[in-house]
Design a protein around this ligand. Structure first.
Ligand code: 5AD
Ligand code: FES
Length: 362
């Protein structure tokens, strides 16, 4: 049995070891989660940072097989938020002492889009007197675009690898240049070169995915030396091609448990990074995000997207909180975080300590 006192991870065969830990059940699992909670407290403490999430646009040129806003899905009405709406959301974040915003969008590389994001970054920085930290999650872009957006004020970037196994990646995406695994890797390296705090992540419980794949994902995060990770369970969407494999999936509860094990083990392996308690965890378990906070996560992303757009930004089904206005979400979150023993880091950027140390070493 693994206990907190003799919790040990062999460095000789990390893959086998991570796989074993990810599969841990009952007492062994309780020990894993408990050890991760201790490591979290020792390294990042009980502060939870808010990143107000703005789902800027669901227009996407890609066709990922798992995603509800993929270009070929005729279902969602396609929108792009007005500048005034984005600025209102930013104002809400500022007035409510959120340290940062995340601007997320379907992937586009056209000039008007690139320009638009750049203008919005400048306007948000002006409006907040530089106070709001801004994270972007707008997909694969050229080095030039990443540079432009950084100049305009973004300092963190999220780009999930989705799966670090090229073989699995190719089953989740069309086989064309737009969905190249190597380009995605390249984009992650470019983001690091450009000086962003870089976040990546994977989906957990995908069709064809094995626990070894997930163990490899953890090694991938370590090798890339990422600053932030957001990962959560895969949740099927009926208007996507992967839906046909729904009968081969792990039951939802197992997908959730595995996701929690991933968060815990990642916290042990990368004690000073930022880890998000993702909405997908809450989609399965009403207390999912709090559970993630307790075993390792330290970031939460309250949704600031105007309610009228949320039905059209369903990456997966049963996405929670689609009817709640931002203010209601915040009250509910505050109470939940306190119940989970956390404390909200108001008015702070809450940068990844890993990033800070990484730069000091250079
Ligand atoms: N289930 C869970 N997560 C999903 N994402 C997209 N579709 C799904 C799904 N069906 C995640 C991807 C993407 C992020 C914005 O949302 O990992 O990077
Ligand atoms: Fe939009 Fe995958 S479907 S990036």
């Amino acid at each position: 049995m693994i206990t907190t006192n003799n919790f040990h991870i062999s460095r000789h065969s990390p893959l086998e070891e991570y796989t074993r830990l990810l599969n841990s059940k009952e007492e062994a699992r309780t020990e894993l989660l408990k050890y991760a909670a201790d490591i979290k407290m020792q390294n990042v403490g009980k502060k939870v940072y808010f990143r107000g999430l703005i789902e800027y646009s669901n227009r996407c040129k890609k066709d990922c097989y798992y995603c509800g806003v993929r270009a070929s899905n005729p279902g969602p009405h396609r929108y792009q938020m007005e500048d005034s709406e984005v600025l209102e959301a930013a104002k809400f974040a500022l007035d409510n002492h959120f340290g940062s915003l995340v601007i997320q969008s379907g992937e586009r590389n056209d000039k008007p889009f690139i320009q638009k994001i750049e203008n919005l970054l400048t306007k948000i920085k002006d409006l907040s007197d530089g106070k709001l930290g801004i994270t972007l999650s707008c997909g694969e872009q050229t080095r030039e675009t990443y540079n432009r957006w950084k100049e305009a004020g973004a300092h963190r970037y999220l780009l999930r690898i989705e799966s670090s196994s090229e073989k699995l990646y190719s089953k989740l995406h069309p086989n064309d240049t737009l969905h190249s695994f190597h380009q995605r890797l390249e984009a992650l390296h470019t983001l690091k070169d450009t000086g962003y705090q870089v976040g990546t992540g994977v989906m957990i419980g995908l069709p064809f995915q094995t626990t070894e794949d997930l163990a490899n994902d953890l090694v991938f995060f370590q090798d890339l030396d990422v600053d932030m990770v957001g990962m959560g369970p895969y949740i099927e969407h009926k208007d996507t091609p992967l839906y046909e494999f729904k009968n081969s999936l792990l039951p939802l509860q197992n997908r959730f448990d595995l996701s929690l094990n991933m968060v815990a083990l990642l916290r042990i392996l990368m004690p000073k990074i930022n880890i998000a308690a993702t909405t997908a965890m809450q989609a399965i378990d009403a207390q999912g995000r709090e559970k993630a906070l307790m075993v390792g996560a330290n970031i939460i992303m309250p949704n600031l997207t105007p309610v009228k757009y949320r039905e059209d930004y369903l990456l997966y089904e049963d996405k929670p909180c689609i009817d709640e206005e931002a203010a209601e979400c915040q009250n509910c979150l505050e109470a939940r975080i306190h119940m989970a023993g956390g404390e909200i880091g108001y008015n702070e950027w809450g940068d990844s300590l890993h990033f800070t140390y990484r730069n000091k070493m250079h």
